[in-house]
Design a protein around this ligand. Sequence first.
Ligand SMILES: *Cc1c(COP(=O)(O)O)cnc(C)c1O
Length: 444
Amino acid sequence: MAEDPSAPPLARAGDGAATNEDWFARAQAVIPGGVDSPVRSFASVGGTPFTVVRGEGPYVWDVEGTRFLDFVQSYGAILLGHAHPVVRDAISAASAHGTTFGMPTPGEVLLAGDICSRVPGCERVRLVSSGTEAAMSALRLARGITGRDRVVKFDGCYHGHGDALLTGSGSGVAQLGLPGSAGVTKASVADTLVVPYNVVPDLDDSVACVIVEPVAANMNLVPPAEGFLRGLRSACDAVGALLIFDEVITGFRLGAGGATAMTGVTPDLWCFGKVIGGGLPVGAFGGRAELTASLAPTGPVYQAGTLSGNPLATAAGHAVMEHVTAADLTDLTERAGHFAAHLEAAITEGGLGARATAVGPLVGLLVSPPGERPLVPTDLGAARAAASSPVYARLFHALVARGVAFPPGPYEVLFPGLAHDDGHLDDAVAAAGDAASEVATHWS
Ligand SMILES: *Cc1c(COP(=O)(O)O)cnc(C)c1O
């Protein structure tokens, strides 16, 4: 592989640690499992993760200088593509003035304003540093407001790794085939009820809140059935429970107003993350002013953070929010729809079974052995059945060999973004067709 002259020095050949194998061995010596988040491991597809040194637009480069057309895009934290000049400029300008103060800053006001002005009904948001924190805090707020303990979540929805929500989880938890996590006490999930997605549960007045991914994107891609979200709204209203939309993936990606604007269903509280940080660590939670008034310092629900509303992170997030237009997202949705259709056709033509679904710009891909076709998943059971085939792992590696990075597990969605033009999407479709025919030929 030719040496990449613009790669950081450590990535260059000849420093004794230039291969992905070397880097991953070093990582395993100092980081548990060699990764800082389990979804990044290749546990469910096998092999050694490549170690990334840089990205530009839709591409990333590993330490060996290999370029990949990237559909992971930091699991949806990147919308404009890697190292976008608008984001880089915002971060470097902010960094010149200091990185954190522990005092109010204009950047957090601007980013909170971006969120509230786009999401109908969301009047106040508090900024935190991750989606996990947003969901944990929204839960505490709902419990504090209602004075109730019970929480209802849906099997296969992922809301970060806070104890109370780390059961029946999607993403890495589903990928590793875990029911939940060791170290989470029975007591901390005793008040969490896990129910199947797309079925409106019976609630009673012990329920503080129902938390849902309005489009489920951590168990592959499962769209809400007609009437599901509206049904949740009425069920919550009937017993005085709060409805929480976890829009950490869908927010400012499905469309300018996220799932709320798209579905016409307005929750009481929202969680945001990923896109709003422009690739830096930001989460947010909020809702109607009357509800968020229960947060300290104005109310009794405590929540805090030394780096919350961090100036670099809010500068990056605000730059993305200002740069991306509603028309950009409409256009991306249209292109993602075509991409899904072409991807499914190419893989099928290559000889494997495939189903690719798009909701907004989110694309879910399920694959199966030749002669079968994955069913449309409506809940985790169906998603598991479709995702359990070893075909995905084979296709994943065949794509990696062709310079295309899909997520290293079938429970994650593909994130075509604003840096992927039609040519990039066509390249991925061609690679997928070619990869599928290689896998199908050797299938036994
Ligand atoms: C990624 C994700 C989270 C957790 O966000 P982190 O920033 O990884 O803590 C929460 N909810 C949903 C829907 C997510 O996709």
